[in-house]
Design a protein around this ligand. Structure first.
Ligand code: IPE
Ligand code: IPE
Ligand code: MG
Length: 241
């Protein structure tokens, strides 16, 4: 598949869905689907790096996912911890910077610690920003931003007329990152599930039935090729762009 190197998305965000159903369809327990999902994460991170995509955001755990059975939540947290431990070396070698968005303080302390350490040790890396959405919810993010801005209003650091789209952007977990150009959801559902509500206002959205454990480099290239066929008009007419 030939991709146009001049029209690559600068930021790809992925809702990695379908692990549980993929496992259950083969008579496996859901956690085996998440385990297979980690392998897919490794492949897609490598592919994004090779394709020179500057930012990759992966939705790994939502604010709503705490409502799953306790065993599944703790299994996911263990997989996350092991992933971070095992990938540090590869991140350092491949110039990958780890970041995270979400209400991170509410993660289990051991996960939070290894996450902070990995972010600290990779913060100088430049080739790819790997941004993990952990305990992330778009509404939680907006409430968090509104509280921050509210505190600044009360202390006089910000005036009401200073509130602008830029100011809001600068109070989101994603501050400093470009909005996603391409937002992919695997696993067959066509919804956002509280992901990047503000940032995705002009993202090109790509839904695929492929469950996350089967999503590979070819699937990513296919999604990018689809993106490259689209005309992004941002409200203008086709003749204007
Ligand atoms: C996505 O797969 C992974 C997480 C939400 C953590 P699911 O676990 O939601 O898989 P399905 O949707 O039940 O198949
Ligand atoms: C979205 O998937 C969250 C992640 C991929 C982390 P879900 O499986 O939780 O979404 P719903 O519940 O089907 O909308
Ligand atoms: Mg799901």
């Amino acid at each position: 598949m030939q991709l146009d190197p001049d029209n690559l998305p600068k930021h790809i965000a992925i809702i990695m869905d379908g692990n549980g159903r993929w496992a259950q369809a083969q008579g496996l327990i859901r956690l085996m689907g998440h385990k297979a999902g980690v392998k897919a994460v490794k492949e897609i991170v490598e592919a994004a790096r090779e394709l020179a995509i500057p930012v990759l955001t992966l939705y790994a755990f939502s604010t709503e996912n705490w409502n799953r059975p306790h065993d599944e939540v703790s299994g996911l947290m263990t997989l996350l911890k092991n992933y971070l431990k095992s990938e540090l070396e590869a991140m350092l070698k491949n110039d990958i910077q780890l970041r995270a968005i979400g209400d991170l303080q509410k993660l289990p302390a051991d996960v939070y610690d290894i996450l902070s350490e990995t972010m600290e040790r990779t913060k100088g890396n430049k080739a790819l920003i790997l941004n993990l959405a952990l305990n992330y919810g778009g509404r939680n993010e907006l409430v968090h931003a509104i509280k921050d801005i509210g505190r600044k209003l009360l202390s006089g650091k910000v005036q009401v007329d200073d509130i602008s789209e830029d100011l809001v952007n600068n109070h989101l977990y994603t501050r400093g990152l470009p909005d996603p150009d391409l937002l992919i959801r695997t696993g067959g559902e066509a919804r956002l599930s509280n992901f990047l509500l503000w940032q995705s206002s002009y993202s090109e959205i790509y839904f695929t039935d492929t469950p996350w454990p089967e999503f590979n480099k070819e699937s990513l290239k296919k999604a990018i090729a689809d993106y490259q066929q689209r005309q992004r008009r941002f409200g203008k007419t086709g003749e204007q762009v």
